[in-house]
Design a protein around this ligand. Sequence first.
Ligand code: SAM
Length: 214
Amino acid sequence: MRLRNIRGSREVIAESSYVIHEEESRAGTWKEIFGNDHPVYIEIGMGKGKFIMETARRNPQNNYVGIEKYSSVLLRALEKMDQEEQPLKNLYFVRMDAEYITKVFAAGEVSGIYLNFSDPWPKDRHAKRRLTSPEFLRRYDQILIPEGKVEFKTDNRPLFDYSLESVKEAGWKLDAVTFDLHHDDKMNQNNIMTEYEERFSAQGNPIHKMIISR
Ligand code: SAM
């Protein structure tokens, strides 16, 4: 995304009540933040937030945290939150690099993780930055409940194939997989499309999805 330096986005985010600040002091406090003990699900690299907002709207019994690295992108999600008819009390955002995710959530504090159309980082020397690398799976292992799952969607076949290998290497289990989500009746049930998913499927790209657990 290229909107990285929109002027004022940092100031708007700093003042927003939808954003949790000082995130590295929040590990272990998410029940207090939400004011209940509902399960917490996170989306890493949520972009403009369409998926996590619709997921939160449909599932008031769960809590959600949308994580995004860039202020200028997060700003778009904040603008969307302002347009909601009913405020979404079960959704907060954090602006951070997911590399530090284990500082923000304590062991067993997260019930599930969504990764949607994550950046591919095609060069081998950047493989560790892929959100499905064994390094990231080890971080997810630290914060997820024992039965917690990671759900990953992409139209990028090389990234998907890499992720299948990474799952094996990290000793995780592949619970479900499809190379054409929108034509897989079972896995596509209740599917919520992301911004990128709408764009790429409109171009005719098949969408791949895996659900993994330890
Ligand atoms: N998930 C959205 C969708 O499917 O429409 C956006 C996909 S976009 C290709 C990837 C997003 O992930 C970008 O907004 C990017 O800034 C964010 N991102 C990439 N690496 C990240 C990281 N390490 N931590 C947090 N966000 C990250």
